[in-house]
Every structure is written in C-alpha cells, then in structure tokens.
Design a protein around this ligand. Sequence first.
Ligand SMILES: Nc1ncnc2c1ncn2[C@@H]1O[C@H](COP(=O)(O)OP(=O)(O)OP(=O)(O)O)[C@@H](O)[C@H]1O
Length: 805
Amino acid sequence: MENKQWQQEQERLELVRNKLEARIAELEPEVAGLHDQATDIRRRFWEEVTINTATDEDFEETFHNINQQSALLAERERGHKLLTEKWRNMTRLLPSPYFGRIDFQEDGLSLSEQIYIGVSSFIDEDGLSFLIYDWRTPIASLYYDYSPGPASYVTPTGRIEGTMELKRQYQIQNGQINNMFDASETIGDELLQQVLGKGADSQMKSIVATIQKEQNAIIRDDKSRMLIVQGAAGSGKTSAALQRVAYLLYKHRQSIRADQIVLFSPNPMFASYISTVLPELGEENMQQTTYQEFLDYWLGASLRPEDPFDQIEYVLTAQGTPGYEARLQGIAYKSSEAFLQALQNYGLWLGREGMQFTGIRMRDREVITAERMRSEFYGYDRSLPLINRVILLQEWLLNELTLLERKEREADWVEEELNYLDTDQYVEAFGMLHQEKELFDLAETYVSARERINKKRRADEGDFDYGLKEEELLRRKIVQGLFKPLRKSVKKFAFVDVKALYGQLFEGEAAYRERTNGAGLPPLWAKICEQTKEMLNRNELFYEDATPYLYVKELVEGVRMNTEIKYVFIDEGQDYSAFQYEYLKKLFPRARMTVLGDFGQAIYMQATSLDAADSPLIRLFGEADTSLIRLVRSYRSTKEIVEFTRAMLPGGEEIQAFERRGRKPLLSKLDDGEQRDAQIVADISALKAEGFDSIAVITKTAADSRDAHESLRAYGCEELRLITKETPEFEKGVMVIPVYLAKGVEFDAVLIYDASPEAYGRDNERKLLYTACTRAMHQLQLYTTGDWSPFVQSQPAELYEAAGY
Ligand SMILES: Nc1ncnc2c1ncn2[C@@H]1O[C@H](COP(=O)(O)OP(=O)(O)OP(=O)(O)O)[C@@H](O)[C@H]1O
C-alpha cells in the first residue's frame, strides 16, 4: 500500500485516539466522583432518614423519606453504570480502536461515507458523527457480507442499497498500525491467516475482526424460533454462538439482560474455556450450565443420576460383559421419541389406574395410607387431567392433616411430653402466651365496649385462664412441630411415589404394553427392565433414565418452567437426545433456541442428527419456524490436518480446509508400549522446542488416560497433567485427556496415544477418532504398537507422513 495511505491512516488513527484520550480524561473524575457519591449515599442512607412511627403522619413521612432516598440512590447508580460503561468502552477501544473500514456510497447520495468498525461505537463531540461504528450496527454487516461492489444492508426501516468502494483491514496494536490490507474477497484471508496461525490459548478469543459471511448469518439471525447450525469440526460454531450472544445483547439491550440467556456447555471445563469472550467484547456473560448440573438440581438429593461421562466410559469399555447389549438398546430406546410417546400414553393410563402413593407416617404410625389416597384419587371426576386430580388430592391431604393435628393434641403422648418440657420451653410458651394475652385483652376491651354501647352485660366476665391456655398452647406447639414437616412434604408432592411410578414401567413386556400402548420394544426389554430396576433399588438412575424420570415426575406434579429465559443456546447439540430436546423446549417455553453441533462428532449413543431430513430437531418447532445453516469450512486446523481428518468421515469430502499450511499428520508405529511411551515423551520435548505450548495426548477413555499419564511421567514427562471430569478449569500446557472431555477445545499439537484397531475399530469409534484428531490446530501425531485403526489404514498415503525410527 502506498506510503501516503499509510500516513493518512496513521494520522486518522492518532486523531481518533486523541479524541478518545480526551473523552476518557474528561470522564475519569466524573466516574470516580459518582462512585464516591453512590457509596457515600449508601453509607449515609440510614443517617439521613429518621425513623419515626409515633403517629400515622410520622410513619407516612418516614416511608416517604426512605423512598426518596432510595430513588436518589438508584438514579445515581444508574447514571454511574452508564458513565462507567461508556468510559470502559473507550478504554477498551484506545489501544486498537478499529479493525476494519468500508467506504460505502449509498444509492442516491453523492458522497461516500467512510465507516470504521470496532468493538464499540465512538461518537464525535458533535454527537452525530460516528468515528467508530460498533461491529453490531446494521451498517457494519456490510463489512462481513460483501466484497467491494454492489452491497446492501438491512435497517429497521428497510434495506439500503449502494456500492462498497473500499474494504480495508487493520492490525493495530498500542496505537500503531502494524498491518493494513485492502480486501477484494470477503474479509481478506490475509488477516485470518495471521489470526489462525497463532498458538492455542487457555481461553477462547473473540473473532469480531474476521467473522465470515456464513458465520455472520448465524450471529444476526433474528427470525427463527429455532436456529440449527450443523458445522464441521473447527468451523467456528462456538465462536459464532458467543458473538451471537453479544449481538443479541446489543440489539435488544432494552429488553434482554445477559442472565436471560443460557448456554448449555458440554462440561464445566469448557465453560471456563469460553468465559472470557463476552467480557472481552464489553458484555456480561450469559448464564452457563451443563445438562448434568440441571439434572442434579431437579432430581434433588433423593436419586443419584449417572453422568454422561460414566455412561460413555461404560459404552466404550464394557463390550463383552453381561448385559452390555441390553444397556445399549436401553440407551437408544430411552432417548427416542417413541419412548416419549409411550410415556405420554402412560400418563393416560395412570388417569385410569396404577397411581402410586406413599402413605403418610407419623410417630411410627401410618396416619394416611397409600390405599386411602388411591381411593380418594380415583374417586375424583375422571375427566379431570391427572395433574388437577393430584392437586385435589394434595388439598384433601392438607385438610386431613389439619383434622388429624387437632385430634392429636388430645393424645396421651402429648400429655407425657408436656411433663418433660424443660424450663426454656416453658419460658417461650409463657412469652407467646403473654403476647396472646394482649390480644385477648384487646378482644376483651372490644367486647366490653360493644356491650356498653348495647347496654348489655355478659353473663360471665370470663377471666383469662392462664393455666388452661398455657397447656393448650403447649399442646398445640408440640403437635405443630410434628405436623409442620408433614405438611411441607405434602406441598412438595412427596405423597406421589415417583420412583414406583417410573419403576412400574419396567415390569416386563406385557405390563409395559398395557400401560403405555408401547409399540416396537427393543428385543432385550426383559434385561433392560432388570437393569433399570436394579439401579432404582439403589436410588440411582442411568443417565438415559434421568430425563424420562423427570418427565414422569412432571406428568403427575405439573411441568416446571422457566419463563424468564429468552434465548437458549445448546453447544455440542448432537450429544442431546430427541427426548432431551422435547424436555428443554417445555422447560423454557418463552425461549428461542440456537443449537450448534456436528453429527460427525456424535460420540454418544443418544446422539441426534441436526440436519437430516427426519431430524427431530427440525420437528421440534416445525419447519416454518426453523432455520438451518451449514458450516463446511474448518478454521481450526491446517489444510493438511483437515484433509486427513475429513477422509475418516463418510461424506467428509464436503468439508473445506482453510488455506493454512503445516506438516502432514505424522504416523509412528512402535514395537511395544514402552517404546511408544518413550517416543511420545521425546516428541513432546521436540514439539515444545518448536514453540508449541499447548499439547494434548488424547486417549479413548478415562482409564486409558490414567494409565498413559502414569507411564509417560515415569518416562520423564514431569509437567504432564491428567485431565479428568472433575478438572474445573482449562489451562494451557501439556496434558493427557480422554476424547470426550476434549470436545470443543483445541490444542497446538495433538498426540493420539493409541490409534490401533482395538481402540478405534468399531464403526461407533470412527467419530471418536475424528473428534480427537480434529482438536489439533498445527500438528497431529498418531501412535500404535500394532496395526493401524481401519480409519487410519484407509487413508491415502499422500495425506500423512510415516515416521522412520
Ligand atoms: N471467523 C473466524 N476468525 C478467526 N478465527 C476463527 C473464525 N472462526 C473460527 N475461528 C477459530 O477456529 C477455531 C475453532 O472455532 P470453534 O471452536 O468456534 O469451532 P467449533 O465449530 O465450535 O469446533 P468444534 O465442533 O470442533 O468444537 C477457534 O480457534 C476459533 O477462534
């Protein structure tokens, strides 16, 4: 680029930075001052208000006073927040105010406008001219969607057409332009090359400067109730999801708060990996959770659900053990829409018969039996929905408890307890009594006043009988202590025996069919029933049973809902079952959903295809309310790695590599485990010497990870860390990790510990190996001590290098 242009751009940059600096300096004392003021008001809050409740007028004045003070405080705090936000945005802009520029000539206007784009807007003192446009403004979408030539963008008032005359990208650091490119293609590959060539980090980065057109469509989609993104490994799904959150928070800032958006991530470590992207963009983080966290919360302490990692560990390691096939069939069936349908039918059956209740016990006596509840329940109008009848039963039980409680006060055991009360309890009762006496006195005064007015006297003056009242009060207190928890558990529906209700589904084929109208049962149903019951008896649930169990619970107790949440994001969406999706839809009835995933990485049994014609996800909200976007370009890995990994997947040809070159994947065959481990340790040292600081040895299972960790450390790799499902944070470094925990994250170099047919031989292990290999950004190495996995063997020889030891 010409020197003159550089000079002009550098001058403009300095101008903008000077203005930024001036505004920051101007705001600084105000921001600091406001902060002090707010703290001061809060501190003096109670000093300023005098609490006086002597008369009604005093009380009213005090109330008014408090209100006024808190309104003042709220106003100051709001002002403070806005100013601080402004100040923070400007401070964030200062080192690198913008990353892009477009010159746009709107049709019908004579002048073309220069639009500089950065992470937030900055307006000149005149209050009108945008020195920097926020990347989320409508006009900024031109930058992502077009190359120079005819271009248009959509505003709330309609589409604006025109011509893009220039598109420029900048790399600005500490106020200096380091690099500048004029792009002829949509977002010049030049800048992307540089960004992607860097090393992996312990935290994901924002991609606003290089968002690709198809990613921009995901970020700005605002039409559909359901947005599905099927994207190859490394195609930027998670990145697009996070920038989409930032976009939504910007676009709907009047109506959506960050805590009304929730993202389901695959594991807690992943949550820590992506946690800095939104703050980097000046936005608050959305809520993050995992499906497991959510199950634990709703199931409460009574039942322990297995986690998905233990489930996959079983699927991968227990082949050949008794019951294995049945468990697999069970997982598939319990994750299906057919099972959901069967449970709906089960609800209808329960309306007629079969409800299971837990009797209410008190002091080793069953005071209301399950049998009585059942006959009361089935005595209600049968046309009422199940839930309404459960509520009627609940009311009936609360009533019964009141009657029982009254009766119980006269029981002998209460008398006995009275005798054993200690002094403290008497003192307490006396205190209560005293309070009550005042009430009684008031009542007395009232009654005598009325009598005076009516000029009528009562027959007995009725002295307050302390002795009697005290005993009555103490009896009431003793019995109340016993009934309070009973009442509480009735309110929580503890009288419905959900465990028995769920267990009742697994009492053999004939019973199941009768109760659910269930067609097409898996062949090993008898064994599935046995396995499920066995877990229930231990108060445990298989992972695949946890959501259906909650579903049955809600059939009888009513659906839980969170109506606050406006957007739900599901990352690694292929790992959720059709059943889970139905459940999430019900749980968040007001939310729009964005599901991002890759069926090529579907390593769990309950996986759901995102984009197949018969995908349950498309049916969830119906085709008219669903948009589907496919991402096929992979940005994470070098061209060599993408070419190698895509050949593992049927249909992988459609995956495109980004033109970033590196070494071909390296295959190392060694004679035995010892040699292999020694070699891996030597290779890790070599990779580190090359400058790679994030290196992962990936194994198939957690058990393999433990073994590999021990052995590799014994060969001298001291710094090697073992990552388990309990590891809370993602840190850079050298680590051993099982594939399913490495989902969603990336490393400079990946070493596949054992790429033999034993580890990755069956068809369901193909995607596991693909997922593992696609974690690599710059370097991929595979090891075996015997044959190669068929998914490696089938690779054309030109796609890899064989190590010659
Ligand atoms: N437009 C972009 N500009 C710069 N980097 C990008 C862009 N898109 C993706 N990347 C980078 O590519 C890598 C992969 O992105 P991301 O993790 O979002 O992909 P993904 O589709 O979620 O992958 P996976 O399915 O394998 O988890 C990240 O390092 C991300 O920063």
